[in-house]
Write a protein that binds this ligand. Structure first.
Ligand code: XMP
Length: 522
């Protein structure tokens, strides 16, 4: 991984064995104000030493240590005399490597279990003697290594947790990082703050301060940066950090592609304009006509996406060339993007969609990349945005796809459809906000369906198009449920849309989860 933009002094190393919940471990650690990074188990001893962790957490994973060639903990972890917490596979690997033994369990445990703590293992100090945990394992430690004592047991696992208090080595068979485990947060806090002694100074203000210092170091006293601002959270916070670090040596290019929502151009200009506490060099490019021309006649969703992508690169590159002396391209890449693209062979699929991915532009224009958010999770990005004075509304805004409203007008995109969709969407979002539901759903929007349907408004027959309303609940956007909004709220939105927009004869509510549906309709 590239040098961190905002490294803290106290760092926890999370060694990844490919568990579904490794990212959650990192988020929990950071919630306690402690910086951490996830690295694959085969990172190598030199990389462990170079990272200089204050403590190490070993993740779970799908493998079994009872087979031959299985993932191992780097030796440097044990050589460095720092506290180690092994979770599930991490505990088993620790047991196997330190002289204990592991065997397949007669009864596999998945889901809920109840552990009873044993003795004074200091990882559980101050907690209830019994508590609920979440398990997911087929193997178990049958004999703890020399120096360890049993710290907790379940009915099925006599060694559900083990501790060598002197060396500060701990193993838990259950998953403290998932919310189903009672006291999970307290256990992680106890390990990183009390046992490892991390200061807990990874706060929004501290993150911002370190990021600013790092940008100045990286870009130098003369470097000029260009950044594509979309109005979304990530690019806005990246812009705010860069502006704070290098002032007017940053130029933000905001491409109005004609596919934005009602009032969006004005909102971005206001948030970053001269009257704001955070003025930046903002260049707004009105390229609506160019994008609409590129979309003309296209019906296929992928063809539409491609047309938008290439037009964006054309416009951005053209504008970038007009700014003299630019040596850097700023990007709002965040940590989950980094983890996903660096996933090891046990890792997850690659799922990055972004229109800030400006093709081969950095190479063509000889630009170096500066990515001040590449160590941060989304909630940290939001906290930094607020600490820098960005408006609450911008910071807590729902995600909006790069291709914008073009993927919300089904089939061919026509200007008159976009006009109706913008109004319908504004009504919907306005009502959601007023009813207090905007922040309770992860994403909500209107979709334009160019199919005709008969209606009657007043005494007149209406034969117009359909608006679909979508609202989803999700934390990761990989899976999502449709939001059960109150019927009165949907009714109010529907009435307003049909009454206020003559181009709409009918409103429907989307009750499709993901999977099988996607969140967007195209
Ligand atoms: P889907 O529709 O795949 O969407 O369930 C998951 C999340 O990704 C957003 N999305 C996009 N974002 N460019 C983007 O920047 C895209 O082409 C794109 N397509 C979908 C979508 O809004 C949702 O938050």
């Amino acid at each position: 991984m590239a040098a961190s933009a905002s490294v803290a002094a106290d760092r926890i190393l999370i060694v990844d064995f490919g568990s579904q919940t490794t990212q959650l471990i990192a988020r929990r650690v950071r919630e306690h104000g402690v910086y951490c990074e996830i690295h694959p188990f085969d990172m190598g001893d030199a990389a462990v030493r170079a990272f200089a962790p204050k403590a190490v957490i070993l993740s779970g994973g799908p493998e079994t240590v009872t087979a031959g060639e299985t993932p191992r903990i780097p030796d440097a972890v044990f050589d460095s005399s720092v506290p180690v917490l092994g979770i599930c596979y991490g505990m088993q690997a620790m047991a196997a490597q330190l002289g204990g033994s592991v065997a397949p369990s007669a009864s596999r445990e998945f889901g809920h279990a109840r552990v009873g703590t044993v003795g004074g293992g200091d990882l559980f100090a101050g907690l209830d003697a019994d508590f609920d945990v979440w398990m997911s394992h087929g193997d178990r430690v049958t004999c703890q290594p020399p120096g360890f004592a049993v710290a907790a047991a379940t009915d099925n696992a006599p060694i559900a947790a083990m501790a060598d208090v002197e060396r500060r080595y701990y193993g838990v068979q259950f998953h403290p990082e998932v919310t189903h485990t009672q006291h999970g947060g307290a256990i992680i806090r106890r390990f990183v703050r009390d046992i490892a002694g991390c200061a807990g100074d990874w706060t929004a203000a501290g993150i911002a301060e370190r990021a600013v210092t790092e940008i100045r170091r990286e870009v130098g006293d003369e470097g000029r940066v260009i950044l594509g601002l979309s109005g979304g959270v990530d690019s806005s916070v990246a812009a705010a950090l860069l502006a704070r670090a290098i002032g007017d040596r940053l130029t933000c290019v905001f491409v109005d592609n004609g596919l934005l929502r009602k009032g969006e151009v004005a909102q971005v200009q206001e948030a970053f304009g001269p009257s704001n506490a955070l003025p930046i060099n903002l260049l707004t490019v009105d390229a609506a006509a160019e994008f609409l021309a590129a979309l003309e006649g296209l019906e296929d969703p992928e063809a539409k996406r491609r047309a938008i992508g290439t037009t964006f690169i054309d416009v951005f590159e053209r504008e970038a060339k007009r700014i003299p002396g630019v040596g850097w391209l700023g990007q709002g890449t965040i940590y989950p993007d980094v983890i996903e693209s660096a996933a090891s062979k046990f890792g997850k699929a690659h799922v990055i969609k972004s229109h800030h991915n400006v093709g081969g532009l950095p190479e063509r224009m000889h630009l170096k990349l500066v990515e001040p958010l590449r160590d941060l999770f989304k909630d940290e990005v939001r906290a930094v945005g607020l600490a820098l004075g960005l408006p609450e509304r911008l910071v807590h805004r729902h995600p909006f796809p790069g291709p914008g409203l073009a993927v919300r007008v089904l089939g061919e995109v026509r200007p008159e459809y976009l006009d109706v969709l913008r109004e319908a969407d504004a009504i919907y979002i306005d009502e959601l906000r007023q009813a207090g539901y905007y922040d309770q759903v992860a994403q909500a929007f209107a979709v334009y369906l160019p199919v005709k349907s008969v209606g009657v408004v007043g005494d007149a027959r209406r034969y117009e198009h359909v608006i679909a309303l979508r609202a989803v609940v999700t934390t990761d956007f990989m899976t999502a449920g449709w939001a059960e909004l109150p019927h009165e709220l949907i009714a109010k939105v529907s009435n307003r849309i049909v009454n206020e927009l003559p181009g709409v004869s009918r409103v429907v509510y989307d009750v499709t989860s993901k999977p099988p549906g996607t969140i967007e309709w195209e």
